[in-house]
Design a protein around this ligand. Structure first.
Ligand code: HEM
Length: 375
């Protein structure tokens, strides 16, 4: 059994109070053998990685990742992000005016996928980047049966990452996040299981969420034409409106659906008076609490620059707060600026954007748009 909090304040408390642990051994149902071994989410919540550990172990696992996506590294990456975005948009320019196209498949997904793969030093050739996306999407698909999860995610994902490491070792690769983790492995600071666990979290976290951020921001602007007009006017006046658009998109439609379980290490009263008892699991459903009207007045309105925006929890809070936040923010701002500059008449297609069935992420199967109106 798991509980879920329903307000922004209670969500913040669960995410930031270290008495809510991430190590599954604090979960009474798990300790008592009540969680079946073929439960599809087990791979995610029991894997060995920085998202499932606490305290010193967590700090040791997080260090190499935090170093690899430090603000300085992110700044160095930005010209490459812009180049990838421009290349993808040039590819889209060949779509005939008036023809429906999937903006997610053609732009919002390949951009963060290429960026995270360059950060990890995944070779461009050989289809490995696409395979990593397929495995990540499977890991986030809550409709996949237990056998498929075990095969695809429990076995193929680690095997693919191990073969990536072998390939990179034999090529003598250096200076990327995978090789930093391999150095830590060779120096005895990380085990092989921990390296794989960290790579899984970084591959999934590094692109499955950013794609949603870009798509939600596009939907937010295209469903609020007055807001889009204001954004355009600010840009024409030499202002940079995109960071505020990105921040509001993070609040309006959190790219993650639930922040996965934390376990109470003692009885804890959360804001509102409810008690999470020792050994109970608790979820933080971000899209719901970020529409909490107490914290965000008129929450359904897409309103870049709203005063209370710094309160959103889209990147989590506390010790596990997303280390990729500045990369994701910068990537999305670049993507949106170039997209709306290149296709000023961009419009949503009437076919609705269908959501993916996932407990972990809040995204679409596709984002059908018209890049230019029919002549
Ligand atoms: C819009 C984009 C993103 C969103 C919304 C997002 C969201 C989150 C959230 C909510 C957490 C905390 C989970 C928890 O507390 O249990 C998290 C952790 C994490 N994210 Fe992100 N993320 C994004 C992009 C990225 C990127 C680009 C990377 C890597 C380059 C990344 C890597 C990670 C890692 C490694 C963790 C685990 C941190 C830890 O446990 O200490 N994320 N992310």
């Amino acid at each position: 059994m798991a509980k879920a909090v329903t307000t922004r304040e209670a969500g913040y408390q669960v995410l930031s109070d270290p008495r809510f642990a991430k190590d599954i051994r604090h979960w009474e149902d798990y300790r008592q053998g009540r969680i079946p071994p073929d439960w599809p989410l087990l791979f995610i919540v029991a894997g060995k990685g920085l998202l499932t550990t606490d305290g010193d172990t967590h700090r040791r696992l997080r260090q190499p990742i935090q170093r690899a996506i430090s603000p300085r590294r992110v700044k160095e990456l930005l010209p490459d992000v812009e180049a990838v975005a421009r290349r993808l948009l040039a590819g889209l320019a060949t779509v005939p005016a008036g023809e429906e196209t999937d903006l997610q498949a053609r732009f919002a997904l390949p951009l963060p996928l290429e960026v995270i793969c360059s950060l990890l030093g995944v070779p461009e050739e050989g289809g490995l980047r696409e395979e990593l996306h397929e495995l990540s999407a499977a890991a986030m698909n809550s409709e996949l049966g237990a056998d498929a999860i075990l095969h695809t995610v429990g076995q193929r994902f680690p095997a693919t990452l191990l073969s990536l490491i072998e390939r990179k070792r034999s090529r003598g690769d250096r200076d990327d996040l995978t090789m930093e983790l391999v150095d830590a492995l060779d120096a005895g600071r990380l085990t092989e299981e921990e390296v794989i666990g960290n790579l899984v979290v970084t591959v999934i976290g590094g692109h499955e969420t950013t794609v949603n951020l870009i798509c939600h921001a596009v939907r937010g602007l295209l469903t609020h034409p007055e807001t889009l007009a204001e954004v355009r006017a600010r840009q024409a006046a030499g202002d940079d409106p995109w960071p505020e658009v990105v921040e509001e998109a993070l609040r309006w439609e959190s790219p993650s659906r639930n922040v996965m379980f934390r376990y109470a290490t003692e009885d804890i009263t959360v804001e509102g008076g409810a008690v999470i008892h020792k050994g109970e699991a608790v979820l933080v459903p971000l899209p719901a609490i970020q529409r909490c009207p107490h914290a965000f007045p008129d929450p359904d309105r897409f309103d870049p620059g709203r005063a209370e925006n710094a309160q959103h929890l889209a990147f989590g809070a506390g010790a596990h707060r997303c280390p990729g936040a500045s990369l994701a923010r910068a990537e999305a701002a670049i993507a949106l600026r170039l997209l709306f500059e290149t296709f000023p008449e961009l419009a949503l297609a009437p076919r609705p954007a269908e959501r993916v069935p996932s407990l972990g992420i809040n995204g679409y199967r596709a984002l059908p748009v018209f890049l230019r109106p029919a002549p």
